[in-house]
Ligand binder design. Structure first.
Ligand SMILES: C[S@@+](CC[C@H](N)C(=O)[O-])C[C@H]1O[C@@H](n2cnc3c(N)ncnc32)[C@H](O)[C@@H]1O
Length: 225
């Protein structure tokens, strides 16, 4: 999504919100499994979920990160956020409506872990996302990204859902990002790449294209100012 189409993606997710959690979706489910399989720092105090949607990952984060004092979900779809708010009743968790293409409502060096899952295909320019992550991460803080693999995008893969009223398949506007686009945007923001993952469905044949790409990046120690 780009600034010339500010509301198209949010509007699509407002419509998708009612069925997002209930209609089978292998990409959503595999991304959730991947999050559970990577070793994020759950000794963290502040965790940010960018594009938290209905809060399905936020709920797991809140359960898994007992030491977390603040868990903040950012999303610009009011309907997705309504599901997230109904799902979680935990004083440590807050959901904020925000378009993550503009400066995040977070202090510098305030987040120990930032996760971004199945969001960036809707963001045309990745650099702001990585720069905001680099700005808000603490030293050695981690940014975890998990997105539809660009090979799948090249074959036509794109977020889509059946409209509840009409039953018509609706595509959510998306942009292609190559693996190098993610890696170079992270490096340009001053982050270090610590892990790259390519993930297939459990039952996939070995030669099947990976469904998801994941990256873990780490913020360097900050110079004393
Ligand atoms: C496919 S859903 C993923 C939700 C959740 N991360 C998950 O894995 O289930 C994508 C989410 O990203 C949000 N999103 C997309 N572009 C955004 C933007 N520019 N600012 C804030 N949220 C955005 C959508 O509203 C939607 O809730």
């Amino acid at each position: 999504m780009n600034p010339s189409r500010p509301s198209e993606v949010a509007a699509a997710y407002n419509e998708w919100a009612a069925t997002y959690d209930v209609v089978p979706n292998r990409t959503r489910d595999l991304a959730g499994d991947v999050l559970r399989r990577v070793n994020l720092k759950f000794t963290s105090r502040t965790i940010i979920e960018v594009g938290c949607g209905t809060g399905r990952n936020t709920e797991w984060l809140a359960r898994s990160a007992a030491s977390a004092k603040n868990i903040i979900g950012l999303d610009f779809s009011e309907q997705m956020l309504a599901h997230a708010r109904a799902r979680l009743n935990d004083p440590r968790v807050r959901f904020l409506r925000h378009d993550v293409r503009s400066a995040w409502p977070l202090e510098n060096a305030s987040a120990d872990v930032i996760i971004v899952m199945l969001v960036l295909e809707h963001v045309e320019h990745l650099q702001t996302i990585f720069e905001e992550a680099a700005r808000t991460l603490t030293a050695f803080g981690e940014l975890f990204i998990c997105e539809l693999h660009p090979m799948r995008q090249l074959l036509g893969g794109q977020a889509r859902f059946a409209n509840v009223q009409t039953g018509e398949l609706q595509l959510v506007p998306a942009f292609l990002h190559n693996v190098s686009d993610y890696v170079n945007a992270g490096l340009a923001a001053g982050l270090e790449l610590t892990q790259l993952g390519e993930w297939r469905d459990a039952e996939a044949a070995p030669r099947e294209l990976p469904r998801l790409l994941s990256l873990t990046l780490r913020a360097p120690v900050r110079p004393l100012s």
